[in-house]
Structures are given as C-alpha cells and as structure tokens.
Design a binder for this molecule. Structure first.
Ligand code: PLP
Length: 393
C-alpha cells in the first residue's frame, strides 16, 4: 500500500483534478512545474532560510512532563503554535509564494474562512511585496473582525463573498472565478491539503517540514527517530499531513486523526467527515465529504472555525478508507475542556482546533514506554473571545 500521491494525482481512490475546463491551464502549469521548482537547490535554500529566520524554525519538540505523568506515557508536543503568525499555516504560504515568484506571478489570491489562512497569505505577500486579494464570506467578515483587521493592516484587500451562505465555500467560489479571469498573472494559494492535484501533494510537501524535524528531534532525545503514535486534528488536514508525512509508510508508527464532532455526530451540527461523509467532489478533488442524499454539500459545524469544513483532503480520505489511520471525533465541549487542561497543566493555551487533538488522551490508552507526539498546531490567542464566552472568564 502506498500512502503518497501517485503519478495521476490520486491517493488510492481519492484525489485527481475535477476542474472546469477554463481552469485547466492554471492547474496544469502548476502540475508541470511544482516538483522541478521545489526540488531545485536554490528554491530549497531560500525556503529553508525563510523558515529559519522568518518563521522561527525548527519549532521545539517539547516533552510535556506533567501530562506524561498524569497519563503514564511519554507525551511530546510539536510546537507549531510558536511559528510566526501563531500556527503551521505559514509553512505552506511561504512555500507557495516562492513558487509563485518563480512562475512570475504578480498577484496572489486566497480564500479564507476564519481568516487564519488569509492572515498567513497576507503576511507572506507583505514579505515579498506582492499584491494580495483575500476572498471571505460576508458572514465570516463580521464574525472574524480581528483577522480582517490584520489582513488589512498587512496590506491585503479583503473582498466579501455575498452569495449562498456567505461563508467559506462561497469565498472559494469567488476565488476560483477570479483565477479563471486572471489565468496568466495570478497564483491561487490554497490553505490546506485540499483542492485539485497538485495542491494536496504540494501543500503536504511544504508542511512535511514538521515530521522532518520531529525525526531528528526524537532521535536526539529518545535515540530513535520514530514515535509509537502521531496525533493531530484534521480540518482540511494540512497540519496532520505535515506530522504524518515522513511516517506514512513506517508501519511502526500508529496514526490518529482527530475530527470535530461539533454538537455530536448525530446532531446534524458536526464536522466529523470520516463518520458522516460519503464519496463526492469538492473544490476539485474526489474525497469524503458531508452531503445530502442527492449530493448537495451540507453546512458543517464546529466551535472551532479551522475544523469547520465539510470535507477532508484526499490523503486523509485514503488513510481512513485503508485503515492506515484511526479516526476519532471530539465534541465541542471536550475540546473546550482540553483548552483549559493544556493551559493549566503545561502553560500552553492552544487553539481550539489543537485542543481537539489532545482529547484523544481520554479515548485511547497508551502504555508507559510508548512515545506519543501531538501536533500543537496553533496558539489560542485568536480564540480568546470564544474561551471567554464559554468559560465566563
Ligand atoms: C487552520 C487550522 C487548523 C485546520 O487546518 P488543517 O489544514 O486541517 O491543519 C488546525 N489548527 C490550527 C491552529 C489552524 O489554524
């Protein structure tokens, strides 16, 4: 079994590029060039250097002593929350902006839901002095005012998507429309391991720096470069893909993926795609997604905006279908509780997305000699208002 993308852009039954004909030249240009550009030594040098001096990599692999004692196992946190801008997303936007420059693009577009990917994109556009347009649902613009302000401050133009439910999928439609109209000078930065091939593979490769570092960091402290478990939350799946990447074909490593159950799997207000999803096409790729019996995409729900997505990337659909990874889902309430637990046991206030991953400790038992690595995908500053409301702080 192979867990990486194949030559045709598929992970098992999932992936591919299901796109309107008018997008074909854009996607094809990327497909033909992404591997040769990103494997070029000067690209690699520039990427590595920016990750080091701008993002702050390598991020620490932190041994969580108090958590480890309580759960009687060896728990490590990969500290992506310490990246510049507060989460893993910037690893990908740095990679894509360097790629866009080499393709001589003059203009960057992106879609954003909660605004995290919009901020990461606006950040790297400021860094490179490139025009930046962020599409965002009108409703999300109202809900995520601080991130809208950040994007504007970074010099990006935020355009409201007024159609449909005025949320992420409508913003995505607007971004795609823009790309069709500006095929030559524009690059579209997608924020997770979703979208038509080659995006899922390209984004996974940029995020793979997470497990590349984890390998030598574990070797340093434990004398072996592989853990027994890697655990990450899955929205679209990019932070998870980054942590899993170099362990995908290492059967000694167990993979756990944590989705958001929202108000419960049966509640109709959920984002647990593996439990609720069926095969279908979303954002140009064949994957698992939540849909009505006649194939309309259903509106997902999670208290964490970053996990509030109706599909998963095709790599994760394949990991689920092949049973290479174990998928679990965590309701809002337990995730919020874990936001407090991690804060008070380790002094780390996590993003609510990230807090979902840690709730795996309540579901799965690990033995005292096992090594468990969690991806600490982001910090909780952006979620402070939600924490305040929820806990009446
Ligand atoms: C966006 C986000 C996620 C979810 O996105 P993935 O592509 O699944 O990683 C998870 N954690 C944080 C902190 C995020 O900002």
């Amino acid at each position: 079994m192979n867990y990486n993308v194949d030559k045709k852009g598929y992970y098992g039954d999932f992936g591919g590029a299901f796109i309107p004909e008018m997008l074909y030249p854009n996607v094809e240009e990327l497909r033909q060039n992404y591997l040769s550009i990103t494997s070029d030594p000067t690209f690699k040098r520039e990427f590595d250097e920016l990750l080091k001096v701008y993002v702050g990599r390598p991020t620490p692999l932190y041994f969580a002593k108090r958590l480890s004692e309580k759960y009687n196992t060896k728990i490590y946190l990969k500290r992506e929350d310490l990246c510049h801008t507060g989460a893993h997303k910037v690893n990908n936007t740095i990679g894509q902006i360097l790629l866009a420059k080499r393709l001589r693009k003059k203009r960057i577009i992106a879609e954003t839901g909660a605004g995290q990917h919009g901020v990461a994109t606006a950040t790297v556009c400021a860094l490179m002095g490139i025009e930046c347009i962020i599409y965002m649902g009108e409703l999300d613009i109202k809900r995520q005012a601080p991130n809208v302000a950040r994007m504007k401050m970074l010099g990006a133009e935020v355009r409201a998507a007024q159609s449909g439910s005025k949320t992420l999928k409508d913003a995505t439609n607007e971004a795609i429309r823009d790309w069709i109209n500006n095929p030559v000078d524009t690059h579209y930065i997608i924020g997770s391991v979703v979208g038509p091939h080659p995006y899922p593979d390209m984004v996974a490769r940029f995020q793979a720096v997470i497990s590349e570092e984890t390998k030598w960091q574990l070797e340093d402290v434990e004398g072996r470069e592989y853990p027994d478990y890697v655990i990450a939350c899955v929205g679209g799946g990019s932070n998870a893909a980054g942590l899993y990447y170099h362990y995908l074909n290492d059967e000694r490593v167990n993979i756990i993926a944590v989705e958001a159950a929202g108000k419960g799997i049966e509640s109709k207000e959920s984002a647990a795609t593996s439990a609720l999803g069926k095969e279908g096409i979303i954002h140009g790729s064949k994957t698992l997604l939540m849909q009505t019996p006649d194939g309309q995409i259903t509106e997902p729900y999670s208290i964490s905006a970053g996990l509030d997505y109706p599909g998963v990337g095709p790599m994760h659909a394949h990991l689920f279908r092949s049973q290479r990874a174990e998928f679990i889902s965590i309701p809002d309430q337990e995730a919020m509780d874990w936001g407090l637990i991690l804060s008070q046991m380790e002094g780390i206030i996590p993003a609510i997305e990230t807090a979902h991953a840690f709730a795996a400790l309540d579901i799965r038992k690990f033995s005292s000699d096992e090594i468990v690595v969690f991806n600490c995908s982001g910090r909780g500053d952006k979620d402070l208002d939600t924490y305040i409301d929820y806990f009446k702080l």
